[in-house]
Design a binder for this molecule. Structure first.
Ligand code: SAH
Length: 489
């Protein structure tokens, strides 16, 4: 089984650093179902082709781990077609690139969109050309497919559920690999291994960044997770209410919307509700910003810049600053905000920069308002304390607006339940009382007044899914109130 990936970009051989595979040598590694080889049939300054050759051992498949023994034939198409086994091979060969790791000198290029052509000479798919197109087109690929005969020597035998597929589109390395990893088993629909809870984690890890906006996300989750309802629901709910930093970039959302064409079934309730929730958060934050007549706003932990984009549409905000610890999130924010082509007057109002909320930072001083939208729950206790000092003792904006989940509401999402948190990177999720207690302590320590509000549809016993806390500075001086301890580090 062979797949080729052709990448056209300036200094294309540098892709080798991103993939962790030297263009000058051949890589081979055994995996559970055979051996995967990687080599470069074409290397030029502006274009490289990467070949992934997967040798499946069909006898080994049957003799191998019990989970694989479900393929009850020694003779089958697995050695020759791109299928769920190929997906394992992709991960074996390119696991570090898929996880977003690369050498320091080249890490910036992980985020670069390059022109990729993917050739899958024999792709197993039980849903026809239509399904292949519905799956790949919304991700920004042009898709060309040819159905293959069962046996070219015997045309009378008819056609196989196999397609020769050619994809072309602008993608980052991580995306193109994530697409193959997640979507080959989805199309194949005969995933060879046992599907447990960690499969949902894999789906979110490799699909989270683009799956949320995919019009076929439900179909993808159902097939990937082999129709196991609780897993599918949990994955979809986590996707919807996941770290907004995982949300798709604007171009992808547009492509997904264009591909929807109005005939995709409406997503089920919790997902719709949760997606609407983030909009409600951003609206609520902006209402609180307007309320004090703020002319400057710092968005702390700005992620991909959703709040920043809306802030730019508020003419009163003459100075907007987005800060995040993640350079990748900031690169996406700059792209989503069209930084390079913003009219000069708008461009002059906004700046984004990398920084950490754990360290005192003079760039954060002098703002009327600061927002931390779905950020505090990502900080463990010592970091939360450091952030409190950085924001409330040193930066001291007139108003600080914080949003965070209400854990009590999680039981309303059966897929999350009472025990689990909404996102794997959440260090905690507060109940309403815990949130209130935190807000009161911070306010009392640093000279603010705190008011907690419900955010989203209110359940009479559980409250709303999200909570908003508005801190208003009591004094008008910008002198820091002495705090019990020094800011750490
Ligand atoms: N506010 C954004 C993103 C929320 S996700 C939105 O609502 O869409 C949480 C963000 O906090 C991530 O982008 C993460 O990179 C950022 N973050 C986490 N720890 C941080 C820290 N110590 N300093 C600054 N940003 C941090």
């Amino acid at each position: 089984m062979l797949i080729t990936l052709t990448c056209s970009a300036p200094h294309a051989p540098e892709v080798g650093y991103l993939l962790g595979k030297n263009p000058a040598s051949v890589f081979a590694r055994p995996f559970s179902a055979g051996t995967v080889h990687v080599f470069y049939p074409e290397v030029a300054d502006d274009r490289v082709t990467i070949a992934l050759l997967v040798e499946i051992d069909p006898v080994g498949l049957v003799r191998g781990p019990a989970a694989l023994a479900r393929l009850d034939q020694y003779v089958n198409d697995r050695p020759y077609v791109a299928s769920s086994l190929t997906s394992v091979a992709v991960n074996t060969a390119f696991g570090s690139a898929m996880a977003g790791r690369a050498t320091k000198e080249h890490i910036e290029r992980l985020d670069e969109r390059m022109c990729w052509q993917v050739s899958l000479p024999a792709l197993a798919c039980d849903g026809g050309v239509d399904l292949i197109t519905r799956i790949f087109a919304p991700l920004g690929y042009t898709v060309a497919t040819t159905r293959l005969p069962l046996d070219p020597a015997f045309p009378g035998w008819g056609e196989a559920d196999l397609y020769s597929v050619h994809l072309e589109g602008e993608q980052t390395v991580q995306r193109v690999l994530g697409h193959l990893y997640v979507l080959l088993p989805v199309l194949d629909n005969s995933k060879h291994y046992y599907v447990g809870a960690d499969e949902a984690d894999k789906l979110l890890a490799h699909g989270g960044a683009w799956l949320a906006a995919h019009p076929e996300r439900e179909l993808i989750a159902r097939r990937y997770l082999r129709y196991q309802r609780p897993l599918v629901q949990s994955a979809l709910a986590r996707l919807a209410e996941s770290d907004p930093a995982l949300a798709p970039d604007a171009a992808l959302a547009d492509a997904a919307a264009a591909a929807t064409d109005g005939d995709t079934p409406a997503p089920p309730d919790p997902i719709e509700a949760a997606l609407g929730l983030h909009e409600q958060r951003l609206n609520a934050v902006l209402v609180a910003v307007r309320e004090i007549g703020a002319t400057s706003l710092a968005d702390l932990g700005c992620g991909e810049g959703k709040l920043l984009a809306r802030a730019l549409d508020e003419p009163a905000l003459a100075r907007i600053f987005g800060m995040d610890v993640s350079t990748q999130a900031l690169a996406r924010a700059r792209r989503a905000l069209h930084f390079d082509t913003l009219p000069p007057a708008r461009r002059a109002r906004i700046e984004v920069a990398q920084g950490s909320l754990l360290y005192r930072d003079r760039r954060l001083e002098g703002f009327d308002a600061a927002a931390l939208v779905e950020v505090v729950e990502h900080l463990d206790t010592p970091r939360l304390r450091a952030m409190e000092r950085v924001v409330f003792q040193y930066a001291r904006p007139r108003r600080v607006i914080v949003t965070t989940p209400n854990r009590e509401y999680n039981v309303r999402w059966p897929a999350i339940g009472a025990e689990r948190l909404r996102h794997r990177d959440h260090r905690f999720e507060w109940t309403r009382a815990e949130c209130q207690a935190w807000a009161e302590r911070v306010a009392a320590t640093y000279g603010y007044r705190a008011a907690r509000q419900e955010l989203g549809p209110v359940d009479p016993t559980l409250g709303a899914p999200s909570q908003l806390i508005i801190f208003d500075r009591l004094d008008d001086s910008t002198t820091p109130t002495p705090a019990p301890e020094q800011a750490s580090e």
